[in-house]
Design a protein around this ligand. Structure first.
Ligand SMILES: Nc1ncnc2c1ncn2[C@@H]1O[C@H](COP(=O)(O)OP(=O)(O)OP(=O)(O)O)[C@@H](O)[C@H]1O
Length: 235
């Protein structure tokens, strides 16, 4: 699925203030591309991912088309259903449920929607593909960071999503585990999935096709060459 965004703005409102965090963001990502998003802390990267995935609504006038679907005009419930079917979201801190085993974590979000034995089989297949089948009965706190992230990827893959939205998923991993996770995502891209990847890590940028920089709510495409020669990535 391709992603077409025009004039995406997002303002957080509280009773004391209004804070514009995304300001007229406009960009396009083609199906099967891997796009990296960099930018200093607080510049709006996570907010952008949440608006694109429909977790948050955008301001009036924003246009977010994912494939044929105008996300900006959908209700919260429709956006949730869209996300369930099309988006795999991966977080830096894995977001596993601590009281459930690895396999249960993979299945849990889909249990209300699908037959349990079908889900069980699919979870086992995915854990085998990701080389964590031997850890399926372990609790999250018994798993290494890399194993937890594989469980989170298996969970994100359960519905075979078209788009992977990754919010610094390798930020907590050591170099070799990070590379393993990046290889898994590369493979998913080669199978035709679109990858949006927020990172501060130069080595990750090598994996992507294009780079965008978020600066105080505005998004601009930057060339890899410019980045490496002219400025370090801001954190
Ligand atoms: N729910 C919220 N209500 C009000 N302000 C928020 C909310 N969520 C985020 N913000 C603010 O919006 C700005 C952008 O936050 P966001 O998390 O999108 O930045 P980021 O670029 O992902 O940062 P980091 O790299 O540190 O994760 C920050 O100033 C943050 O404090």
């Amino acid at each position: 699925m391709d992603i077409n965004v025009m004039n995406l703005s997002k303002t957080y409102e509280s009773n004391v203030e209004q804070k514009k965090v995304l300001d007229q963001v406009t960009f396009k990502v083609n199906k099967g591309e891997w796009v990296n998003i960099i930018g200093r802390s607080g510049s709006g990267k996570t907010t952008l991912l949440k608006c694109l995935s429909g977790i948050m609504s955008a301001d009036r006038g924003s246009i977010i088309n994912i494939g044929d679907l105008p996300i900006h005009s959908k209700s919260e419930e429709d956006r949730r259903e869209f996300r369930r079917q099309h988006i795999g979201y991966i977080y830096q801190d894995y977001q596993l449920f601590p009281a459930y085993t690895a396999k249960q974590n993979v299945m849990l979000p889909e249990l209300p929607y699908q037959n349990e034995s079908i889900l069980l089989k699919r979870a086992e297949e995915l854990m085998e593909q990701l080389n964590i089948e031997h850890r399926q009965d372990a609790l999250p706190n018994q798993l290494s960071g890399g194993e937890q992230q594989r469980v989170a990827i298996a969970r994100a893959l359960l519905n075979n999503p078209d788009i992977f939205v990754c919010d610094e998923p390798t930020g907590n991993l050591d170099r070799s585990t990070r590379d393993e996770v990046l290889q898994i995502l590369k493979q998913l891209q080669e199978e035709g999935r679109t990858i949006l990847f927020v990172t501060h890590d130069y080595d990750v940028i090598e994996y992507g096709d294009r780079i965008f920089e978020m600066d105080d709510g505005r998004l601009e495409e930057v060339s890899q060459k410019t980045l490496i020669i002219e400025k370090p990535i801001k954190n």
